[in-house]
Design a protein around this ligand. Structure first.
Ligand SMILES: *Cc1c(COP(=O)(O)O)cnc(C)c1O
Length: 408
């Protein structure tokens, strides 16, 4: 397939990527999402919007983030293959999520909305959105399960310092799923003044497209930077896949290049149901949160319980464009376990001085595994975020990681 016209063809006018995607909504929300789609289609071609977003990326976020050659880690692996990182951990707030939150905030501003609404699980999306709300002078309501509020105290504090209103959700299991329901309910009442900001490249159309577009700065920068550094393309590009935003932004820029693309899903403690969140490996077609994709589901079609050591990856589905890329054969989806991610977390910290987020460590783990098989060439990994948020948990369970160091 020729990918030069890909972005003109997909998503189609119904927000579909082949058989995936769409906007499967309660009737009241159909006109609301139509309004967002029309606004986005208008502004994504507006020079004013594009220039404003460029300025924000440069002056507020600190973009472009660098591409970095992991020379020491590559040598330690005793392979001729070289690992490179796209340093999204150096993006303001420490991860790629701000890339789409600033875009969503700017869209809200252009649409004359006064408030941003979202749910959050581990709190990473909440913090990024609260940051965008503070920047644009918008109100911000973040729905969060009571259980998660207790578990993620530092992120709750951050959101409150940034001026967001953290709304505890007290029904059901009091975690992410209930928070999504509560945020949708609130949006139904407040859509005239507010916009619902989805935290990954998923949800009803136009969010998968919009979030991918806002994240594409990652891939476009990395492609240009890598070509400038080395004069050639990397052999492999990889990124971790939770809902699929950092990976979509990275992959979209390389679709038409002679590059193998790999999405890395969390295998958790292994293939047993409930112990992983590897949707592509073990899921099947289904509908979740207003879109059609590959979903981990029970016999009755309800979403399966999921788990990963990286809380940003434990979602029982994947953005619809990823399902499409897999069917097209353009992207391979692979897995890395908790144990492999921890190993990569310590090795990247100790041999390169970069503490990655546990999410990103999944992509680094896969790159290390591949590098040992490849002997030559280069792998470009998206380091989606920094690991400060994970250090207490990791040290409590694995100490300082001596057992993961190379012996010579
Ligand atoms: C949230 C998060 C992810 C997973 O989200 P995607 O939408 O799949 O990118 C990955 N890395 C970090 C650092 C995160 O915070």
């Amino acid at each position: 397939m020729d990918y030069r016209s890909y972005f003109k063809q997909y998503p189609d006018k119904n927000g579909r990527y082949g058989e995936y995607g769409g906007a499967i909504l309660p009737p009241e929300l159909v006109p609301v999402f139509k309004e967002i789609t029309e606004a986005y289609n208008a502004i994504c071609h507006s020079a004013q919007f594009i220039n404003e977003l460029r300025r924000i990326r440069k002056e507020f976020q600190g973009r472009p983030t660098p591409v970095y050659h992991c020379d020491r880690l590559s040598r330690k692996l005793k392979t001729g293959c070289q690992i490179y990182l796209k340093r999204e951990d150096l993006n303001h707030t420490g991860a790629h999520k701000l890339n789409h939150c600033m875009g969503e905030g700017l869209l809200a501003k252009f649409m004359g909305k006064k408030k941003l609404i979202a749910e959050t699980g581990a709190g990473q999306h909440g913090v990024a959105l609260a940051t965008a709300a503070a920047y644009f002078g918008l109100k911000c309501d973040i729905y969060m399960g009571e259980v998660d509020i207790a578990k993620q105290a530092p992120n709750v504090t951050r959101m409150k310092i940034l001026g967001a209103n953290v709304v505890p959700v007290t029904h059901g299991l009091k975690t992410l799923k209930e928070a999504v329901d509560a945020a949708f309910d609130a949006y139904l009442k407040e859509y005239k003044d507010a916009i619902y900001c989805i935290g990954s490249a998923l949800g009803p159309h136009p969010f998968p497209q919009m979030v991918r577009d806002f994240q594409m700065c990652v891939g476009l920068e990395a492609r240009e930077q890598f070509l400038e550094m080395t004069g050639i393309f990397p052999d492999v590009v990889c990124a971790c896949v939770g809902g699929g935003s950092n990976s979509a932004g990275m992959f979209a820029a390389f679709l038409n290049d002679p590059v193998e693309i790999c999405g890395v899903e969390p295998l958790g403690r292994g293939p047993r149901t409930g112990d992983h969140a590897a949707s592509m490996a073990y899921g099947k077609r289904g509908i979740l949160h207003g879109f059609e994709s590959i979903i981990l589901q029970e016999e009755d079609g309800s979403p399966s319980p999921v788990y990963s050591i990286a809380s940003g990856l434990d979602y029982p589905g994947v953005g619809p464009e990823h399902a499409f890329w897999r069917d097209l054969g353009r992207v391979n989806y692979v897995t890395a376990s908790d144990e492999e991610a921890i190993d990569a977390f310590f090795k990247l910290s100790r041999y390169e001085g970069i503490i990655p987020a546990l999410e990103s460590a999944h992509a680094v783990a896969y790159a290390m595994r591949r590098a040992k098989e490849m002997h030559s060439g280069a792998i470009l990994v998206n380091c989606s975020g920094r690991g400060d948020k994970d250090v207490d948990y990791v040290v409590e369970h694995y100490g300082y990681g001596e057992q993961f160091m190379f012996k010579d």
